[in-house]
Design a protein around this ligand. Structure first.
Ligand SMILES: Nc1ncnc2c1ncn2[C@@H]1O[C@H](COP(=O)(O)OP(=O)(O)O)[C@@H](O)[C@H]1O
Ligand SMILES: [Mg+2]
Length: 263
């Protein structure tokens, strides 16, 4: 029987940047095989190449070597194939929440009226009721991230990339946003790639966690998270969860550069 290709296949992607002082090897061959509908996280220290992988998948950067395949078709260097929420939310300050959320649809040529109607019902359904006509500067961090995430989801692609979407939020808001994102993921059925610094967040949300190391950036280990769904907060207190977390932390610690000795 012929099996279908993964939704996303990052095939031995390497990245070397040319810098003023020479060349900088940011990624050595990175391979990721992601089935449709999966929730997958990348964790790793700052500078290990997480955003670079996202930029390559999004077609914004051409890898030095390797390919990106979507549904088995070469999409290397092709923009518009994935929804991408950058590390900074980049809501347009001069547009209302509603008009920010429809941006992706506008770019894809959806008529304005239809785009607004679709967005309005989603804003109401996903906790932004009453915020539709406000401007981003008047919103809390959590609300801004909701708007930016909905905008990414409304970009009509099967795959979305979320680069540290909750990195700047306070702990309580972050937990609420995780629940909110799980709801969206199960409603929309998209394939999600998620970058976070937070090991517990990665395990709680994901079907698979790829732990990255640095200098040069690489995948240290890919860990399938078999914890049952729907997950609840107490999932993180189970021995299975704690064992995975310890394993991830050990990998990250072992690969971290040693701190200089105190004088
Ligand atoms: N355009 C660029 N030119 C030179 N170096 C870059 C460029 N973009 C990223 N880098 C370097 O590549 C490494 C990986 O960056 P990045 O992907 O942003 O890391 P992360 O998102 O994991 O923090 C970093 O050391 C960064 O300084
Ligand atoms: Mg980054």
């Amino acid at each position: 029987m012929l099996s279908s290709p993964p939704k996303l296949y990052v095939d031995n992607v390497c990245m070397t940047f040319k810098t003023a002082t020479g060349v900088f090897e940011a990624l050595v061959p990175v391979t990721l095989s992601i089935p449709s509908g999966r929730f997958v996280s990348l964790i790793g220290p700052s500078g290990c190449g997480k955003s670079t992988i996202f930029n390559i998948i999004a077609g914004l950067l051409e890898p030095t070597a390797g390919k990106v395949l979507i549904d088995g078709v070469d999409a290397t260097g092709t923009i518009g194939r994935v929804g991408y929420m950058l590390q900074k939310d980049l809501l347009l300050p001069w547009r209302s929440v509603l008009d920010n959320v429809i941006l992706g649809m506008e770019i894809q040529g959806v008529p304005l009226r239809e785009a607004r109607e679709r967005a309005l019902s989603l804003l109401q359904r996903y906790g932004l009721s009453g915020f539709e006509y406000l401007y981003p500067s008047t919103l809390s961090g959590g609300m801004r991230q909701r708007a930016a995430l909905l905008r990414t989801l409304l970009f009509d692609t099967d795959i979305i990339l979320l680069d540290e979407p909750f990195g700047a939020l306070d702990a309580q808001t972050k937990l609420q946003m995780q629940e909110w994102l799980m709801q969206l993921w199960s409603d929309f059925g998209k394939t999600v790639l998620f970058v976070t610094h937070d090991v517990e967040e990665a395990i709680y949300l994901s079907d698979e966690v790829h732990v990255m190391g640095t200098r040069p950036g690489c995948i240290l280990e890919s860990i399938l998270i078999m914890l049952p769904r729907p997950r609840v907060r107490t999932s993180s207190l189970t021995p299975e969860f704690i064992a995975i977390k310890e394993h991830c932390l050990n990998l990250l610690t072992a690969s971290a550069p040693a701190l200089p000795e105190a004088a």
